[in-house]
Design a protein around this ligand. Sequence first.
Ligand code: SAH
Length: 376
Amino acid sequence: MNQIDSSTEHGIPELTDIRDLGLQELEAVVAEAGERSFRAKQLAGWLYARGADSFDAMLDLPKPFREHLKHHFRIGSAATAHVARSSDGTRKLLIRLADGEAIESVVIPSREMEMTPAGEKLNQRITLCMSSQAGCAMACEFCATARMGLHRNLGVGEIVSQVFLARHELDADEHLTNYVFMGMGEPLANYQRLVKALIIMTSEWGMGISPRRITVSTVGIVPMMERLLAEVPVRIAVSLHATTNELRNRLAPINKRYPLEALLDACARLPLKQRERITFEYVMLRGVNDSPDDARRLVKLLAPIRGKVNLIFFNVFEGSGFAGSPRAAVEDFQAILRKGNLTATIRESRGLDIAAACGQLYAEQAAADREPHPAQ
Ligand code: SAH
């Protein structure tokens, strides 16, 4: 292959993103360079614990090794192109990938009351909503990302780099406390790379994040759910949205492949930790899935499962064809679930003024809109 074939359109040689690599592969890199094996953990520490973005910063690595790394790899292959800040503190990052694709990640600060033996404590929580794919193939009818179709899967480095890019946007007294794969894409449709990214995020040699602070949200790719929990003990959330196959086939067409019975059966069998529950997400669509009958059916369906329900206000976008249920209907629905002994919370929409709320991520459009005005 000649020089031009291996270059990007900008003439920069296409190097592998070293953040695509887990510890074993870093060990192989170290061995190939003729370095001692302990260098692999040292390198992982720079890449994942400290989030270094240049090899030159890795001063305790021998210079020839750093030169070797520079020659073969780059660090990260994504950059923040634009940040929109909501009046509620939510920040939406438009992230440009090396090949020009774009994804979005959202930083969501919130406060929650915690009951401790010493009384009530106000906790500051900062959640990072992460993407797993550019676009999505799942075609859920009420979701803006679905309108893009699937552009491509994200690489491991592109998944984990979202954390480092998000940290750059935090104020000095802020730090990320929770991570949710509820951005663009269906995480379990990019399974291998997701798991590798989760291992980097949760390993002690990697980012050292507790897996209990990571939630993977799925539309219900049944065979991958059990496998995921066997590999990394993260939390799982299931986007349910309907209580009959007829309606779910329409709202989330993957239901034709994995119908409600199969999905709920798999949920009932998932190995959960003590006191852990599966979150079922339920977007409240006016006149579609928000009747008292729907609520009663939901109580019945979830009775055999250790689950809780998170009711989500529908976030409208142009051409969506749906309207959200009014607050009173959402509260009535919640009351029926609670009467049926089902824990049910209402998720308030965040970042609405910057179109950063659930289901509003549409980077294709966002990218196109900003083309004539590159980030300052
Ligand atoms: N593909 C995964 C994760 C991405 S979607 C999944 O389906 O779970 C994250 C959550 O946002 C899902 O529960 C999804 O149903 C919800 N969502 C999608 N579009 C929405 C919209 N317009 N308003 C509110 N929530 C939406």
